[in-house]
Write a protein that binds this ligand. Structure first.
Ligand code: USQ
Length: 383
């Protein structure tokens, strides 16, 4: 297949580029380096040095012999889509090109406005590029489990059958997100559903939970191919942050009561899921939705797991709850269905002690690069 990856320089985008090339596909990636820029502006740089996208592509070519095409540009400009679609004619587009940080989206007006504008305009431009230039192209869009929020009923896989006054209808499962970033993903979903039912597009929406890890078959080829691994309060996701805190000797930053439950997955499983979704495309006029997670944990359970393994490695890990900077439920029901991707063949890599040990060993190699000032929450919206 000809696969176009939007957001190719990101934590998920870069490993996805290498993965699809390894599977024998023709891969083209686009990125505007906005994550690198925001990281610099907010002192939130990643732990390991990451060569720029074109240099990474050259390195990957040297170690694997495989070719990655790259382009740096802003997908808010529809002319970039027009140029790439007429040149490359993708069979599938993997869309990661969004501002992905909940704290950044609520840092202030400028950041909120940027997140809203960037995320919706890129999604909307993509939909029109497909309508105009490649109506058969399958869009695989990264959504988020956070779109659903934490309702007091089971979370279904995207849709809900409603019976009301004796009549039945199937609707998108209700969404009520906990940050502006997550809300842009809800709005994306509505945009996609409108264009799917109106223009018969083929779209798969992957409702993903927080991802952890840095190892994939391809990143293991060379340290310089590692994804951008963040541990700061802006881009760092929970497990990655806890690993770095354990190594740096900083008490694990449990926010509030620590009863917040989310559905987590290993970076390796993100690649499996995106691969399965791409190889099992939606039909014309279909919006397929999968809940992309492999297991659920509360913040406290994760802190305990990291402490147990860290202590066995002699790190002397402490846990210290701090006031929650976010407005979110700290003690709630959470039971999301996640069978769709398993039925397609997903073989989960669970968060075992061995997986934690190997991630801690990787982080230990970069212990001296950890900047402690990046760890405590600097953005608060729980006023
Ligand atoms: N949390 C802590 N301590 C910390 C950091 C986070 O207790 O030091 C808590 C948060 O309050 C939250 C949970 O851990 O309850 C998860 O936080 P997170 O920062 O790992 O995840 P989140 O902000 O929700 O966002 C991340 C990605 C986002 C993706 C989302 C999936 O940044 O792009 O969409 O995970 S989900 O959470 O399912 O919506």
């Amino acid at each position: 297949m000809k696969i176009l990856i939007l957001g190719a320089d990101g934590y998920l985008g870069w490993p996805t580029m290498m993965h699809f090339a390894k599977q024998g596909h023709e891969v083209y990636g686009i990125d505007d380096y906005s994550r690198r820029l925001i990281a610099m502006q907010t002192s939130s740089e990643a732990l390991m040095p990451n060569p720029n996208l074109e240099d990474r592509a050259k390195l990957f070519n040297e170690v694997s012999g495989l070719n990655l095409q790259c382009r740096i540009g802003d997908l808010k400009d529809f002319r970039l889509f027009e140029s790439v679609f007429s040149e490359f004619k993708p069979d599938a587009v993997i869309h990661y090109a969004e501002q992905p940080s909940a704290p950044y989206s609520l840092k202030g007006y400028e950041e909120a406005h940027y997140t809203l504008k960037n995320n919706l305009e890129v999604t909307h431009n993509l939909l029109w590029a497909v309508i105009k230039y490649a109506p058969d192209c399958h869009i695989v869009k990264l959504g988020t489990m956070g779109e659903y929020g934490t309702p007091n009923i089971d979370i279904e896989e995207g849709w809900l059958d409603i019976e009301h006054k004796g009549r039945k209808h199937k609707f998108l499962y209700p969404r009520q997100a906990g940050s502006l970033y997550h809300t842009t993903k809800v709005l994306d979903t509505d945009l996609m559903w409108f264009y799917v039912r109106t223009f018969n597009l083929k779209v798969t929406d992957l409702m993903q939970g927080p991802v952890y890890g840095l190892s994939t078959s391809e990143t293991d080829l060379d340290e310089r191919l590692l994804p951008n691994f963040h541990y700061d309060d802006i881009f760092g996701t929970l497990v990655n942050r806890f690993l770095v805190q354990a190594v740096a000797g900083i008490p694990l930053t449990v926010y509030g009561k620590g009863g917040q439950i989310r559905g987590y997955l290993n970076l390796k499983d993100t690649l499996q899921c995106v691969d399965l979704a791409t190889n099992n495309p939606a039909k014309e006029g279909e919006l397929k939705i999968y809940n992309q997670l492999t297991e659920t944990f509360s913040v406290n359970q994760l802190a305990d797991k990291v402490k147990k393994v860290g202590d066995q490695m002699g790190l002397g890990v402490e846990i210290k709850p701090i006031p929650n900077p976010r407005k979110e439920a700290e003690d709630h029901y959470y039971n999301p269905t996640h069978t769709g991707l398993i039925e397609l063949g997903l073989q989960p890599n669970y968060l075992t002690d061995d997986v934690l040990v190997s991630m801690l060993e990787q982080v230990l190699k970069y212990k001296n690069a950890i900047v402690v000032d990046k760890i405590m929450p600097r953005v608060k919206w729980n006023k």
